[in-house]
Ligand binder design. Sequence first.
Ligand SMILES: N[C@@H](CCC(=O)N[C@@H](CS)C(=O)NCC(=O)O)C(=O)O
Length: 211
Amino acid sequence: MRLYVTPASPWVRRVRVTILELGIENRFEFVQTKWPHSWGTQTVAVAPDFAAATPVLRIPALIADGVTLTDSHSICDYLNAEFGDYRLLAREGTARWQALAAMAIAGAIIEAQIMQRAELLRSDEERSNDFIAKMRDRSFRCFADLEKHHLPRFGAAFELAQITTAVACSYDDWRYGRDWRSSAPKLAAWYDSVADRPSLKATQPAETPQH
Ligand SMILES: N[C@@H](CCC(=O)N[C@@H](CS)C(=O)NCC(=O)O)C(=O)O
């Protein structure tokens, strides 16, 4: 399978952590993509093989046996079903819906973090501080909600809802260094307790090459 990646993307990271947690990294060719900072507002030039793989032109994108998947949700779902025997996300029932509910909140944080990033890459004249504040508020609200409604259900297994949550926490620390922990101190303690897992250590974010 071929997976298009960057080192900075939290969406890519949740897929890479999933791969490591499933122990299937040997099955992948990881293709690094490059992104000039103009990606925030413009269609940027990409390698022909990446353009051929995905009309969305976003990462992650997975070319698997007989199927191309162009977002992290479907990729994680696919890997969990095809290679994980549903151990990172229940196949059905209440456990599945609770995990999806938690993932929707953690995913909303990641989405807000990335939208904020794109906004910050705009020129000074174009940038909206209102929009940045809105994205920050959404992130912090969702961190607090994860703590209140979803953290109490986290079990011993480091499954997809926990992977997505840990990636959101880590990205905030790495990209913004802001105080989300005051909104969710118990979530912060949980994150600190999982941050040393090999799958997270091996996928620490780093700046994406621009050229
Ligand atoms: N919902 C998608 C979001 C993917 C996404 O937004 N990826 C970003 C990088 S973090 C991207 O490729 N941005 C480039 C662009 O929007 O042009 C997923 O879960 O994979």
